[in-house]
Write a protein that binds this ligand. Structure first.
Ligand SMILES: [Zn+2]
Length: 432
């Protein structure tokens, strides 16, 4: 899968627009710039390219070439100049091809939630912020007499209860839109993503998971019209009318309550689900109805409340369905841990290495970073040697520290050769 993914990425990179006018600056290709940047994100090593340039001088060959297909490594400045004009949509197809591959191999057969639904978490995350550095695609906010420049993105992932990996899908950038006279918003970006990509899933098979920001009439009504389901966090502060109904129904004892106990390995917990179907989402004549539920988890020994959240959904809530529906809604938290963390902590390297650019650089690098994250997930699912070595080394950090050091000093003719070297050194059994 590593090879196939890299071949595809190279194919996309070779089709990137090259806005140079010709002449004597053509030593490096746009494709080399893309694959070089990807190498930095994949190895999680900001110094990867510097080391490989040194190796090329010493040995006449290097790992940027053998692992990532870079013919000649451009300097960081050249990478910035070459990639800045390339919109991130130029690599969008790779997410979907990878998703199709994983499906075709049956690797996502159990990566579902309630009722075999695809669970797609759609949340915005800010990945750049500055008072000084900016580009045409920054979101601008006045803060006192200063302007704050930021970049944010909806980075959708497919999640599943009980699985600690997420599948990254094509991102949608929150950025001033052509022809729009006001700034973009997370809600508008989410709508654009759904308009473009819902068709990639069988009708009725997609459940959208969001935080409270989206759990309002326009988004819910739109999703329903487009045959998408939803499970969204629904906080009392932002839904006063809905919670008036819940309070009223509670008094009338019309809220269904079921209690279950769970042993979590250390102590016993009491899980209380409360739910009701068909409450009005807002106080208006055209209000749609939604189904509301709540989960409260209390430790039995201390009576301490360890979890509480509330959701609205269009899935019908019953004694049987409420637990799996809530579990599906809670699976969104993986995006906080896995996806957003990767974006935020890695965002630093991205600015540090290549700068911000004037056009698309920040967004394209973000997308390459997400693709590197996706390839790590793909390897976790498909590459037995990768799984063994990662498992043997324990912390994720150790694995990437080792990759950085090994690729600095030694030449590997392929990714498989690098993993075989690690596997052999760790005296792991060869995978079948
Ligand atoms: Zn910018």
């Amino acid at each position: 899968m590593f090879k196939r993914f890299m071949t595809r990425l190279r194919g996309y990179a070779e089709r990137f627009p090259d806005v140079r006018k010709g002449g004597n600056h053509q030593l490096y290709t746009v494709s080399d710039a893309c694959l070089s940047a990807f190498g930095v994100f994949f190895t999680q090593s900001p110094s990867f390219l510097a080391y490989q340039r040194e190796m090329r001088v010493r040995q006449g060959r290097d790992n940027a070439q053998s692992l990532f297909g870079v013919s000649a490594i451009p300097c960081d400045n050249q990478i910035r100049n070459l990639l800045d004009p390339v919109a991130p949509s130029h690599v969008g197809g790779l997410y979907w091809e990878t998703f199709a591959d994983l499906q075709a191999q049956g690797l996502l057969d159990d990566h579902h939630g309630f009722a075999q639904q695809w669970l797609c978490a759609l949340d915005g995350v800010q990945y750049f912020s500055s008072d000084a550095i900016h580009c045409d695609h920054c979101t601008r906010r006045l803060k006192g007499d200063k302007t704050r420049y930021t970049h944010s993105v909806i980075a959708p992932v497919l999640v599943a209860p009980g699985h600690d990996y997420v599948i990254s899908l094509e991102p949608e950038f929150i950025t001033p839109q052509d022809g729009a006279d006001k700034q973009d918003s997370e809600q508008a970006a989410m709508r654009r993503w759904l308009e473009q990509h819902t068709c990639r899933f069988a009708p009725g098979s997609l459940t959208v998971l969001t935080d409270d920001l989206h759990s309002h009439q326009p988004a819910c009504a739109w999703l329903r019209e487009h045959h998408c389901h939803f499970i969204m966090v629904c906080l009392p502060e932002s839904h006063p009318f809905l919670y008036e109904q819940v309070a009223e129904l509670t008094k009338l004892k019309l809220i269904r309550e079921i209690v279950a106990t769970h042993w979590n390995g250390r102590h016993r917990e009491r899980w209380t689900y409360r739910f009701v179907n068909d409450v009005l989402l807002r106080d208006s004549a055209d209000a749609i109805t939604v189904n509301w539920c709540e989960l409260i988890i209390v430790r039995e020994d201390t009576q301490a409340q360890v979890y509480h959240n509330t959701f609205i959904t269009d899935h019908r809530l019953t004694d049987q369905s409420v637990a799996p529906i809530v579990a599906s809604g809670r699976a969104r938290w993986k995006t906080e841990n896995e996806n957003h963390n990767t974006l935020k902590n890695h965002g630093y390297h991205l600015e540090h290495n290549f700068g911000h650019g004037q056009q698309h650089l920040a967004a394209l690098l973000l997308s390459l970073n997400l693709l590197a994250f996706l390839l790590h997930t793909v390897l976790t699912l498909t590459d037995a040697a990768y799984q063994q070595v990662r498992h043997a080394l324990g912390a994720r950090r150790t694995f990437f520290d080792d990759i950085r050091t090994l690729t600095r000093y030694l030449y590997f003719e392929s990714w498989a050769a690098l993993l075989a070297f690690m596997s052999h050194g760790l005296e792991l059994d060869r995978p079948p």
